[in-house]
Design a protein around this ligand. Structure first.
Ligand code: HEC
Length: 152
């Protein structure tokens, strides 16, 4: 058989992709409730941040400037879901909103830095955006999922 490494590689790559796809789909199994609208907004944020990373890598500041407003003004859940989240947060609502505000503010600064082609400032602002993401995830995500999807 003419089964050279070069011919085997595509099959291996496809298998890997299939496995990655399956694990992405399985990431939320075991949950008892339908997805919150916030999750969809977060997935979009994740994609936009990945696109920014790619644009930074090739110093495509115009692309960063184009993506930044979508991160600064990401979609919000509908009012009734928002009310449920705020009610659940209680006294922690201010801290939760603080992380969101940090990400918004830093994304706006990132867009402005990109518009003037200041790569160093773009990267500094990008790090602050990620601190907002990380702060909220570390502080709230596990409890959020436990509360709204019934995982304990
Ligand atoms: C104010 C809080 C907060 C901030 C700020 C925040 N997130 Fe999230 N994020 C959450 C919560 C809560 C969840 C869990 C949502 C769920 O599972 O329904 C989440 C989930 C996610 C997920 C997983 C979605 C999935 O399919 O499970 C991604 C990706 C994500 N966030 C990206 C980001 C990025 C990128 C940023 C910063 C630009 C960010 N988030 C900022 C609260 C936040």
């Amino acid at each position: 058989m003419n089964d050279t490494p070069a011919r085997r590689l595509p099959a291996a790559a496809l298998l890997l992709l299939a496995l990655l796809g399956a694990s992405a789909l399985q990431a939320h199994t075991g949950e008892e409730a339908p997805p919150m609208a916030l999750r969809g907004a977060m997935q979009k944020l994740g994609q936009d941040m990945q696109a920014v990373t790619g644009a930074i890598a090739v110093e495509d500041w115009a692309k960063v400037a184009e993506l930044a407003p979508g991160i600064a003004h990401h979609a919000e859940p509908p009012p009734e879901e928002k009310a449920r989240i705020i009610a659940w947060l209680g006294a922690d609502a201010g801290r939760f909103r603080g992380f969101d505000a940090e990400a918004h503010e830093a994304a706006t600064a990132m867009g402005a830095a990109a518009a003037r082609g200041d790569g160093t400032a773009v990267i500094a602002a990008f790090a602050r955006v990620q601190e907002g993401c990380l702060g909220c995830h570390q502080g709230f995500r596990k409890a959020f999922i436990g509360h709204f999807y019934g995982q304990h």
